[in-house]
Design a protein around this ligand. Structure first.
Ligand SMILES: Cc1cc2nc3c(=O)[nH]c(=O)nc-3n(C[C@H](O)[C@H](O)[C@H](O)COP(=O)(O)O)c2cc1C
Length: 193
């Protein structure tokens, strides 16, 4: 059976991360269980373009409505290998940190925590309030990995596309589904961090 991974997309900036995460996941043979928040549809269209939602859903094995709290991924009995929220807004982070389970995205995230499965949160905001930091701490204490989508400057990326691809690959690699997809630091290249 191919591994299933939930990809939650919320309405933070960095919508292109969702597309690259989906590409890396499918490239590693995983089935993407996609759930988009209402604001994610807006940021995808705004930041990537009018065809972005369609491009993303085309990469998914299954697409779930964010309002469908009876979907398969709302239950711990449905086997998945983990979940990535890319990007993760401060609203979704807060709902996850407080166990609200109020949308399918936050419910599916909560399921990963209760089942002790990997949950990777590409939490994006800048600067951060104390509430954001406390919510990141709470999510981390429950077992989530908070991975702000910051560039790997030490790899000297030349384009935004390279930055996004590296962050998405690193996020997927945290699920340990296959051989690492992200470019590794190589000291022999001489561009030391
Ligand atoms: C263009 C745009 C960019 C945004 N960027 C961020 C962001 O980087 N981080 C964030 O927490 N919210 C951001 N927001 C606000 C969220 O979309 C908003 O808080 C929303 O309630 C999030 O809901 P969701 O978590 O259900 O997607 C942005 C909104 C827009 C329209």
């Amino acid at each position: 059976m191919r591994p299933r991974v939930v990809l939650g997309v919320s309405g933070a900036s960095g919508a292109a991360l969702a597309l690259d995460c989906a590409r890396v996941l499918t490239g590693q043979g995983a089935e993407v269980e996609l759930v988009l928040s209402t604001m994610a549809e807006r940021t995808l269209a705004l930041e990537v373009g009018p065809g972005a939602v369609d491009a993303l859903t085309a990469l998914a094995a299954r697409v779930h409505a964010v309002t469908d709290l009876g979907a398969s991924i709302a239950s711990g009995s449905y086997p998945v290998s983990g979940m990535i929220v890319a990007p993760c807004s401060m609203r979704s982070l807060s709902a996850i940190a407080h166990g609200l389970d109020d949308t399918l995205l936050t419910r599916a995230a909560s399921v990963q925590l209760k089942e002790r499965r990997p949950l990777i949160l590409l939490a994006r905001e800048a600067p951060l309030t104390l509430a954001h930091l406390r919510n990141m701490t709470a999510a981390t204490e429950m077992g989530a990995v908070v991975m702000p989508p910051v560039p790997a400057f030490y790899l000297r990326p030349e384009t935004t596309a390279q930055i996004i691809a590296q962050i998405a690959a690193r996020a997927v690699d945290l699920l340990h589904l296959a051989a690492p997809a992200a470019r590794a630091w190589d000291p022999s290249e001489g561009n030391a961090p």
